[in-house]
Every structure is written in C-alpha cells, then in structure tokens.
Design a protein around this ligand. Structure first.
Ligand code: BGC
Length: 446
C-alpha cells in the first residue's frame, strides 16, 4: 500500500505558541484567593514555588519555547502582585512583567497578556469578588494601570480567562471541581458571569483608550455538549441547558448585548461587539442525561462517552470533532471575527496520549482553516507542567515535565512533535507517522 504524503499547511503569519497563567507558574502567590484555598486544604497539593517563574526561571522556559519554533506566548499577570492592597500599586511587580514581555520580544515571540486568570487578590475576595457589580470599576482601574505599564511590549490582550469556569466551578456543586469560594448557587454563578461580562466590556474600552491599536478579547471555555440519548427529549432538554449554562452566556452578551442563561436573561448593552477576536479554549466533549437526583444542575448529569479515550485520572476525553463543531458555532455567531485558539491540550504524564491529541486537534483546526474561517493562531496548554488548580500536581499538561523539588525540566516527545509543527507551519504525514502512527489513517486517509 502506498502511504499518503502530504502536509496540512496553515496561513502565513499563523501564531504558534503555548499558554500559561500566573498562579500556575510563578510560585508563592500568597496574596490571592487560591493560595488561601490551598492553605485551607481544599486542593490535592499546594502551588508552592510552582515553576519558579517569579524568581526568573521564565527565562529558561522562554528559551525552550523559542528554540522550539514557537512565535508567541500567552501568559497572565497576577492582580494581587500588581495591586497588593486597594491603595497600593507595586511598581517592582510591573517592572518584572515588563522584563518578561521584553524577554519574549527578544526571543522573537509575540506576547499575549491575560489580565485575569481565575485568581483574585484577597482584598477583593473580602468584598465578595465578582458577586457584586462593585468589581467592575475596580477591575477597570487595575486594567488601566497594568496596560499603561505594559503597552510598550504588548498589543494582544485577553481580559478574562474562562469566566464561566470560574463561576461554575466556584458556585455550582457537582461541577468539574470544587474551587473557591466553594458556594452552591446557580443564581450566584449567573450573577458572577454577568459581572465578568461587565468587567470585560469595561476593560475592552479602557484598553482601546490607552492603546488604539490593541486587539482585545477574552478566552472562552468551549465545552462540546451532546445529549446522551439523542432521541430523548429529556436528554436534549438538559443538554441544551448545559450548553447554554456553559457556552451561551458570554457569547450571547457579546453578540446581542443580552446575556442569556438557563435562569433568564440580563441586559448588558455595553458588551455588544466588545471584542476584536474570539479566544477559543477547547479541551473535550461531554454527554448529558436527565437525572432527577440533580436539581442543582437543572437535572442534568454529565459524563464522558463510555468508549472515549480518557486522559490520566479520567480528567479529559480525546474528542477532536468537538473542536471543529465549536469553531463552526463561533464562526456562525461572529462572522469574519478573527479566532485564536487560546488553549488546547491534555494531561498525559507519560505522553502516550498527547501526540495524537495534538495531531487530531490540529487536523480539526486545519479543516476549519480550509473553510476560510479566520483562525489566526494556536496556543497549546501548556509549555511546562504547572499547578493544576484543585488537582494541584496530579495532572501534567506540559510539553516539558517538571520536577517540583529540583525544578528540573524534562522534555516529552510531544515537545519535539510540536516544534516540528511550529517550524513547518503545518502538520505533515511524516510527522504523524513518526509521533503517532496509530492515528495516521484518521488524519491522512488514503
Ligand atoms: C484553564 C487552565 C487549566 C487548563 C487545564 C483551562 O480551562 O484555563 O488554567 O490549567 O484548563 O485544566
């Protein structure tokens, strides 16, 4: 049999990189809600020194990224470092971030900065964080100060990362994990989401005032959701509610100025059109079935397909088609809006699953590009193993493995695979043959 030989190329100037977040890599972020949550024993371990970026180890990791052909990196800044108390701004912290961004530029990489990635300063938590609208002017102020300090090095901004993840994991029991503040109220979750939308809209305008050429968006956690029994009206109904609770709120607000949620609608007119690109985070697909014992999640119970290929600890299922389906939904909702895949990745400590996960998802992204959908870049999660929230160090998402004690990094085969993709600006049959021959026929059918 003759093997197909081909390369799936991406448009010139495509961004290839990885994503990280402050609390997950910096270490010793003692002044935020997550540190406290860890100290209280809610997590499987503590962030501690994390990847030691705050002491400068970002340098060696940026070297690794640049040598691997990555031309961009998405990182986040830690609000509690920049504004440790409501009336104090830490200029040294801002200077450190400036140095890091300059470090990316010096390595030929385009910096992308996320302004909020799950963590809140403790002083904000004490005021109810995102539960009340009072957060909006506070976030606006923080964003202005930060963007003003970093604007020399960055024009690509992500206001908030996965606000729905924050709201559901923190406010709906039975969610993916238990996150701070560990409350149980769907109503509060929707309120939190609405305030994130308001905060995003304020930040969008603030950034453009300071830097007219800025490109501003947020990172949306797209979860593919399907009814378990496609024929069942009840399963369809609960799946619809799940889809709406997870995916629709932010998207509807940006598309129409009205946030739609399973609990009703909220008018947020200032949100309409407040984005220059759509930030798309994709990991997996879930199935939902009707279950009377689950009133807290509107009678939906979610799980992975029985025969799905699961990652370590059953955390994620490898469901590449969900990525294409999600991109299609976004393109239909926001025609012509550029899209960045701001996160995609899998936890696989021994790396047996990651190469094919990468190949299959990049293949789906390539299919989307071939419909001329305006996808401009891809950020793999993540560069190096980092603190994985409630699961702490039990899930390994890095292209490089991390030994927390010694801080030694060890390259996984996926790092070489991804480097070949970045350098080629495409995925070739030779690469798939070399790193994950088991999915060759799926990606290059003869
Ligand atoms: C989050 C990351 C997290 C990753 C893997 C994403 O939803 O933005 O912070 O590490 O998922 O769980």
């Amino acid at each position: 049999m003759v093997m197909v030989q081909a390369t799936y190329h991406f448009p010139r100037g495509f961004l290839w990189g990885t994503a990280t977040s402050a609390h997950q890599v910096e270490g010793n972020n003692t002044n935020n809600n997550w540190w406290k949550w860890e100290e209280e024993g809610h997590t499987k371990g503590k962030s501690g020194p994390a990847c030691d970026w705050w002491n400068g180890r970002w340098r060696e990791d940026f070297d690794r990224a640049a040598e691997s052909g990555q031309n961009t990196h998405r990182l986040s800044v830690e609000w509690s470092r920049i504004q440790p108390t409501p009336d104090k701004w830490d200029e040294d912290a801002l200077e450190k971030y400036r140095t890091m961004l300059r470090g990316l530029k010096e390595r030929g990489m385009t910096p992308m900065v996320t302004l909020h990635h799950y963590t809140d300063p403790l002083w904000l938590t004490e005021q109810g964080a995102w539960e009340t609208e009072a957060v909006v002017p506070l976030f606006d102020k923080f964003v202005r100060r930060t963007v003003d300090a970093l604007k020399e090095y960055c024009t690509l901004w992500c206001t908030v990362n996965e606000p729905t993840g924050y709201a559901l994991n923190g406010y709906v029991a039975g969610g993916v994990g238990v996150w701070p503040p560990g409350k149980n109220s769907l109503r509060l979750a929707m309120q939190v989401q609405a305030n994130f939308i308001r905060g995003h809209a304020a930040a969008y305008r603030a950034i453009h005032q300071i830097q007219p050429e800025a490109r501003v968006g947020y990172a949306h956690h797209y979860r593919s959701i399907a009814p378990y029994y496609a024929w069942s009206p009840l399963d369809k109904f609960v799946a619809h509610n799940f889809f709406s609770g997870i995916n629709v709120g932010f998207v509807s607000a940006l598309a129409t100025g009205v946030m739609r949620s399973p609990l009703g609608s909220v008018r947020i007119p200032e949100a309409k059109g407040a984005q220059d690109y759509f930030g798309f985070n994709y990991y997996t697909r879930e199935y939902v079935t009707f279950d009377l014992s689950r009133p807290g999640t509107l009678f939906g119970r979610n799980f992975y397909r029985k025969d799905a290929e699961l990652s370590d600890n059953g955390f994620l299922a490898n469901e590449p088609e969900g990525m294409f389906e999600g991109l299609k939904w976004i393109v239909r909702t926001f025609p012509n809006l550029p899209i960045l895949v701001t996160e995609n990745g899998i936890n696989s400590a021994d790396d047996h699953l990651r190469p094919r996960y990468i190949a299959q998802h990049i293949h789906q992204m390539w299919r989307a590009v071939n419909f001329n959908w305006p996808i401009k870049g891809y950020f793999h999660w993540s560069l190096v193993d980092n603190f994985e929230w409630d699961r702490a160090w039990t899930l390994c998402f890095g292209l490089w493995a991390l030994n927390l004690e010694t801080q030694k990094r060890t390259k996984r085969p996926s790092a070489d695979f991804y480097a070949e993709i970045c350098k080629e600006n495409g995925l070739s049959s030779e690469m798939v043959q070399k790193y994950c021959p088991e999915v060759f026929d799926k990606i290059f059918p003869s």
